[in-house]
Every structure is written in C-alpha cells, then in structure tokens.
Design a protein around this ligand. Structure first.
Ligand SMILES: [Zn+2]
Length: 194
C-alpha cells in the first residue's frame, strides 16, 4: 500500500508518458501542434490527479474520511439525478459508444449502456453499498475506474462546449481524457497492490 509520495511519483511518471502519447496521437490524427499540446496537458493533469484521487476514502483524519464518504455518495447520487432529470445524458453515453466505432442511434446505445451498467450494479449492489460506506472501499475498485472514466468524458465534453481552449476536447479528445482518468486510477491501484 503506497503513501502519498509513492502515489505522486508513480502518477507523475505515467502522466508524462500519457501526455507524450496524447501529443503523438493528436498529431497522428491530423491535429496541429497547439491542439496536441493542450490535449497533452489535459491528459497529463488528469492522470496525475486521478492517481491521487482514490485516497479520499482513507485519509488519516476522521473528518477527511467522513468528507470522502459524503463526496462519493454525493457524486453517485448526482449522476443518478442527471440520468433521471437530464435524459440528454443517455444520448451522450450513446455517443461515447459510437466513438469506439459502433454505429447506431445514440439514444438506443446509451440506453443499452445504462441497462448493462444497471445489471452490474444490481448484481453487486450489496457489496457495493458496503464498500461505499467502508473505509478504503469503492474508490479502490475497478467499478470506480470505469465510473470515473465515463464521468470524466461527460464532464470534459461539457467543458468543451464552453469553447476557447476547451474546444479541442470535443469528440474523440474528450474520450482520451476519460481514458487518462481510468489510467491514473489504475496506477493508484497498482501502487497500492505492491
Ligand atoms: Zn490508496
């Protein structure tokens, strides 16, 4: 199990590699150098941040532990609220699927993602509830890696709609940032498993 310094060092190394990969990927896809640098910076920052994030649920002090738990529950509840009250999110989930080369109606694909995700939640519900409320649980799990990746894509796409420097994160580049978030979290889990 790693301490903050180990997580930071591992996160930093992988962040640099991921940033370089993001730059090359963008240039290879026909983007200009400026776009590549912005994508690389976004990916690097997200990998570093997410490689530290899982420890919100096992900080030493009681208030930090409580805040971490409240934070996780708030995020999960917030996402459920979005799905119920902002159905557009279903279309966006479908659009994520289409960036992997799968074609179809975004609404149908998004609904499919929700059904599959919901089934997994139902199958592991009790365990997940326990881990949500337990010290060092949900944020150190593979479902959290997937969850954070998808949330990061949606947040990044939303940011891209503000335009300016964020505009480059529309479409496939937003998916890259989500993959970066998943990688950062996996780096954290990797350090902890040593
Ligand atoms: Zn940890």
């Amino acid at each position: 199990m790693g301490d903050f310094k180990e997580h930071y060092e591992a996160g930093k190394s992988v962040a640099v590699l991921a940033a370089v990969a993001g730059l090359l990927f963008t240039l290879n896809g026909g983007g200009d150098f400026g776009e590549g640098v912005i994508v690389a910076a976004g990916i690097g920052a997200v990998v570093l941040a997410t490689s530290l994030l899982p420890d919100i649920d096992h900080q030493a002090s009681k208030p930090r532990q409580a805040a971490g738990r409240v934070g996780i529950v708030t995020v999960v509840g917030g996402i459920l609220g979005l799905v119920i009250f902002v159905p557009d999110i279903v279309d966006q989930l479908g659009l994520i699927v289409t960036t992997f080369g799968i074609t179809g109606n975004p609404s149908s694909l998004g609904f499919g993602v929700l059904v599959v995700g919901g089934s997994i939640l139902l199958a592991s519900g009790g365990e997940m509830f326990d881990s949500l409320t337990t010290h060092r649980g949900f944020t150190h799990s593979v479902p959290f890696v997937v969850f954070l990746g998808v949330v990061t894509i949606l947040v990044t796409w939303h940011l891209s709609s503000y335009g300016g420097i964020f505009a480059v994160f529309a479409g496939q580049n937003g998916v890259l940032v989500g993959v970066a978030a998943a990688i950062g979290t996996l780096v954290h889990l990797g350090v902890d498993s040593k």
